[in-house]
Design a protein around this ligand. Structure first.
Ligand SMILES: Nc1nc2c(ncn2[C@@H]2O[C@H](COP(=O)(O)OP(=O)(O)OP(=O)(O)O)[C@@H](O)[C@H]2O)c(=O)[nH]1
Length: 306
């Protein structure tokens, strides 16, 4: 049947000849079974962008269906690992051997992970936006993992200003009086005592890392835990009052500007074996209507730039 059908990819001439950097499809929705160190295999609903370059100047176009079907094989017959991602790109190229020398795929999905509470030993789901980006160009395979980590940042300036107000209130309440332990204790537990609180904001670290081309497995949980342990105040899943109090303590002991968060993550990622990294810190301010933003990269030659 197919043989009787017109195939303009072969028969029609290009309106304008020339090479193209990437040609393919965007936003292909497909379930994938992800395998990543420390996590159970999980089915994620991914959005895929799939491309090859077009090197044959007079070819009408690429074969979109071949990219689509290769993705379908990954979805239905394979588990998503660095190895199968490379096989996918090999497949893109072997089905376009007369047209292309480079292939690229981007997979975006939400990864749900069971996360423990701070103290109460409860568990809850937390969802992390993940992007995997793989390219195979002239035989060189590159793999990048990007993820977002949400956390709370309490403003150090606001904390210092609040402490000063608390000191002023203490002076007003107790200046010249004989200090009595119980009255000071009660006063500290009242709104009149802690007369001001610093503002905090929900903050997001956008992180990208370049993985070694021979890496055997994704290590998404390891990266999330590294970052969350460094920042100390990740957004929580299950929260009982004891967890909320611990969260308040952690916020109070880890005051940070966006510069602090960026410097911490830069120092942390510099100690890892990633080929390159990129960090964008976004503090969605509650004092201002605008955001506080900081960037950091590893600074390798031909690497990430901001
Ligand atoms: N190249 C290209 N194809 C497009 C575009 N928009 C839709 N398509 C369709 O993508 C479909 C898949 O093309 P092919 O992969 O060449 O399909 P096919 O000829 O049945 O498959 P093969 O026999 O493997 O070549 C065709 O029906 C095209 O019409 C476009 O902008 N560019």
């Amino acid at each position: 049947m197919q043989n009787n059908m017109p195939d303009i990819a072969h028969s029609a001439s290009a309106l304008q000849t020339g090479t193209l950097d990437w040609v393919g499809m965007g936003n292909i929705e497909l379930p994938l079974v992800l395998e990543s160190k420390g996590l159970n295999q999980v089915t994620v609903t991914a959005k895929a962008d799939a491309f090859v370059n077009l090197q044959k100047e007079d070819a009408k176009g690429i074969h979109m269906s071949r990219l689509f079907l290769a993705l379908d094989t990954l979805s239905c017959e394979q588990v998503l690992t660095p190895k199968t991602l490379k096989q996918l790109l090999d497949n893109f190229l072997s089905t376009h051997s007369d047209l292309s020398t480079g292939a690229k795929v981007t997979l975006q999905f939400e990864l749900p992970i069971r996360r423990p509470s701070l103290l109460s030993k409860k568990m809850g789901w937390k969802s992390y936006p993940i992007t995997l980006d793989a390219t195979l160009i002239n035989g060189s395979y590159k793999l990048e993992l990007a993820l977002d980590v949400a956390y709370s940042s309490t403003c150090p300036c606001s904390a210092a200003l609040s402490r000063q107000l608390i000191q002023n209130a203490f002076q007003q309440a107790f200046d010249g009086k004989q200090l009595d332990f119980h009255s000071v204790h009660d006063w500290l537990g009242s709104t009149e005592g802690i007369v001001a609180t610093p503002h905090s904001q929900r903050s997001i670290a956008n992180i990208k890392v370049k993985l070694r081309d021979n890496c055997a497995e994704f290590e998404i949980l390891d990266l999330i835990e590294l970052v969350e342990n460094e920042l100390k105040t990740p957004v929580q899943a299950a929260v009982k009052r004891e967890d909320e109090q611990e969260f308040a303590r952690l916020n109070g002991q880890n005051l940070m500007f966006c510069e602090d968060a960026a410097r911490k993550l830069k120092a942390l990622l510099n100690q890892q074996t990633y080929l390159d990294f990129y960090v964008k810190i976004n503090h969605y301010e509650s004092l201002h209507a605008h955001d506080a933003v900081a960037y950091a990269v590893k600074g390798v030659e031909d690497g990430y730039r901001v």
